[in-house]
Ligand binder design. Sequence first.
Ligand SMILES: Cc1cc2nc3c(=O)[nH]c(=O)nc-3n(C[C@H](O)[C@H](O)[C@H](O)COP(=O)(O)OP(=O)(O)OC[C@H]3O[C@@H](n4cnc5c(N)ncnc54)[C@H](O)[C@@H]3O)c2cc1C
Ligand code: SF4
Ligand code: SF4
Length: 363
Amino acid sequence: MPNPQFTKPWHGVPREQIAWNPHIIEEACIGCGTCVTGCSRLVYRFDFERKKPVVVDPLNCMVGCTTCANTCPAHAIAFPPIESVLALEGLAQVRHAVEDDLLARHDILAAPAAAALPHPDRIVTLTVTAISHPTPDVMRVTLAPVQAGECFCEFTPGQYIELWEPEASHLSRSYSIANAPHGDGSIELHIRRVEGGRFTDWAFKHMKVGDRLQARGPLGGFTMRSPAGVPLLFIAGGTGFAPVLALLEQQVRFDPARAMTLVWGMRRSADFYALDTLRQLLAEAPNLRVLLVAESGDAVPATMERLDYAPGTVLDALRKDGQLIGHCDIYAAGPPAMLRELAHALGAMGVEAQRIHIDSFGV
Ligand SMILES: Cc1cc2nc3c(=O)[nH]c(=O)nc-3n(C[C@H](O)[C@H](O)[C@H](O)COP(=O)(O)OP(=O)(O)OC[C@H]3O[C@@H](n4cnc5c(N)ncnc54)[C@H](O)[C@@H]3O)c2cc1C
Ligand code: SF4
Ligand code: SF4
C-alpha cells in the first residue's frame, strides 16, 4: 500500500505526477535483497520463490533518491534521468514551495550558532544609484558602496553577487556583475523580468534609486582562464550578456588587439540592449566581431562594420559558420536550458571540454 507519509506532494507537486521510482533489470539482478531491506520506505517486497525484488509501491520512493541503485552490487537498478527532477526544480512554484517550507520550519532547520563554520563570505551594503529600462523586460541597475572601501572592488570580471531584497531577509538571488572593476567600486547588473518571479517582481515594481541592499560576494569562477593570444568566442543568451560584457570589457582594456567574437542570442530582435556599449567596444577593439541572433523580429540594422545580425538561435549561427568556433576558447553564459543544449552541441562538434567555460544562470 502506498504510505501517505511518503506519497505527500513533493514541494507542492502531487507525487503521482512525478515519474520517479526504481526499475529492476531482471537479467542483471542476483537476488541479494540489499535493495529490499535497505529501503526504509517499503518500495520493494521480495519474491522469495524467485529470489527477486519486486517494486510494489513505487510512489513511496523519495523523489531524487537513488540509494538502492547506488548500493546494488550488480548494478541492476535503473532510474529515470535526473533531468526530469531538475526540470521540476526549474518551476517557480517548486522553488517558492521550497523557500516557504524553509521559512515555515525555520526553528527546526536553522543551523545552531555552534555549528556555524567560519566562512569567507563578504557582505556589504550597496545603494542603488541608477536604474534604466532599456527594454520592458530588462533593467540595468547601478549599485555603489554606501561606505567608501566597503565594496566588491576586488572582483574578477565574470563573477556574480547575491543580492537581498530589502525587508525580506530570506529572499536573495544571484546576479552577474556586468562590468570590469571601476575605481569607485560601483557595479552594474542586468536583471531580466521573470514571469511570477519573486525577486524580479519586486525589482521591476519597487526598486528605486536610493534603496540600500545587502550583497554577498564576489562569487563564481566564470573568469578568464585562457592564455594571452588564444582567440576567444563569447556566447551569451539573454542577460547572460552581463558576465560576458564584463569579460569583454576586461579584454578590451588590457588586450584590445585580441581576436574575439561575441555571439549574442535573444528571443526577439527588439530585446537587444546596450548596443551603444557594444559599438564603443567595437571601436576600441579592431579584431572584435559581434553577431546578434534572434528567433523573431526585424533585423537589427548593421550600423557598423563587424556588427552583424542573423535570424535564428545561437546554435544555428554556430552550425552555419564553422569559422566562429575555429580554435577559440569559448565562454558561454545564459539560461540553463540553452547552455545544456550548447554544451551537447559543442561536444558533438568535437570541441574539447577544456576549451569550454560555462556560467549557468540557474539551478
Ligand atoms: C550565478 C548566477 C548568475 C545569475 N545572473 C543573472 C543575471 O545577470 N541576470 C539575470 O537576469 N538573472 C541572473 N540569474 C538568475 C537570477 O538569480 C534569478 O534566478 C532570476 O532573476 C529569477 O529570480 P526571481 O526571484 O524573480 O524568480 P523565482 O521566484 O526564483 O522563480 C523564477 C524561476 O527562476 C529559477 N531559478 C533559477 N535559478 C535560481 C536560483 N539560483 N534561485 C532561485 N530560483 C532560480 C527557478 O527555477 C524559477 O523557476 C543568475 C543566476 C545565477 C545562479
Ligand atoms: S540490490 Fe540489486 S542485485 Fe540485489 S536484489 Fe536488489 S536489484 Fe537485485
Ligand atoms: S531510491 Fe531510495 S526511496 Fe526509492 S526505492 Fe531506492 S532506496 Fe527506496
